[in-house]
Design a binder for this molecule. Structure first.
Ligand SMILES: Nc1ncnc2c1ncn2[C@@H]1O[C@H](COP(=O)(O)OP(=O)(O)OP(=O)(O)O)[C@@H](O)[C@H]1O
Ligand SMILES: [Mg+2]
Length: 234
């Protein structure tokens, strides 16, 4: 099954002579239930591809499909609603709301979706527990370490039970031990919730644990490695 797909996608920034194609005629499939890493040097187009998948940005030409929906056909409320229900985003700088506690940050997307207070309470506690920061639920982001903030950001991205979780360099701001713990955590969540993850990264630890690696250079896909893990070999 295909979780998402790029079909001849180009994203150009600027106009005329100074235009830059951040992504050039990219076609690629993101396979459901797998851990996909977008790998490439700085400026190769990783963040642009994630933003296109998350419908935060739109192609100049071509089509991006997520969960069977062509994103360019959605506008306004339909687009924000689709994003809230189907996509979880973990930003590089975590983007937690500083005045809200860890609990409230994870609760917020559920409030937006109109989930009842009782279910929000149960879900938020479950998520904070799953990412190992339940004991810090009342703390604000400024009172948490980088790794703890990253865990809260992951919990928040998972709150709506999205089919697709996107993360821009999720381990870049973490020391290697914390990075390894975060990778293991996301792996565990991916297995238990059948979620598809797409990351951008040049972290060798992350590349090693990926199912699929899409290598990009200068906005183009140069190769795709699909690793077959021993347990899925028939
Ligand atoms: N808003 C923008 N306006 C103009 N050019 C942009 C914009 N965003 C990105 N670019 C250009 O598009 C190209 C791809 O950028 P992108 O941020 O996707 O790269 P990246 O692979 O995420 O890099 P990094 O590893 O440094 O985060 C770069 O050449 C960048 O300068
Ligand atoms: Mg980037």
């Amino acid at each position: 099954m295909i979780a998402a797909n790029f079909h001849h996608v180009t994203r150009r920034y600027g106009i005329g002579e100074t235009a830059v194609a951040a992504v050039s005629d990219v076609s690629a499939d993101i396979v459901s239930g797998r851990f996909t890493v977008l790998s490439g040097p700085s400026g190769s187009g990783k963040t642009t591809m994630l933003n296109l998948l998350g419908a935060i940005d739109h192609p100049t030409s071509g089509s991006v499909v997520v969960a069977g929906q062509r994103l360019e056909t959605l506008r306004g409320n339909a687009l924000s609603d689709f994003r809230a229900r189907h996509i979880g985003f973990v930003f590089q700088a975590f983007n937690l709301i500083p005045v809200l506690s860890a609990y409230e940050n994870v609760e917020y997307p559920l409030t937006l979706l109109g989930v009842s207070k009782e279910r929000r309470h149960a879900d938020v506690l479950d998520l904070l527990d799953a990412v190992g920061v339940a004991q810090h639920a009342h703390r604000k982001p400024g009172e948490l370490s980088g790794g703890q903030q990253q865990r809260v950001a992951i919990a928040r991205a998972l709150a709506s039970r999205p089919a697709l979780v996107l993360a821009d360099e999720p381990t870049a701001n973490l020391d290697s031990a914390t990075g390894a713990a975060i990778i293991a955590l996301m792996r565990e969540i991916q297995r238990s919730r059948a979620t598809s993850f797409v990351f951008s990264s040049h972290d060798p630890q992350l590349l090693e644990s990926a199912d699929d690696v899409i290598h990009i250079r200068d906005g183009r896909v140069v190769s795709v490695e699909r690793n077959v893990s021993p347990e899925v070999v028939l």
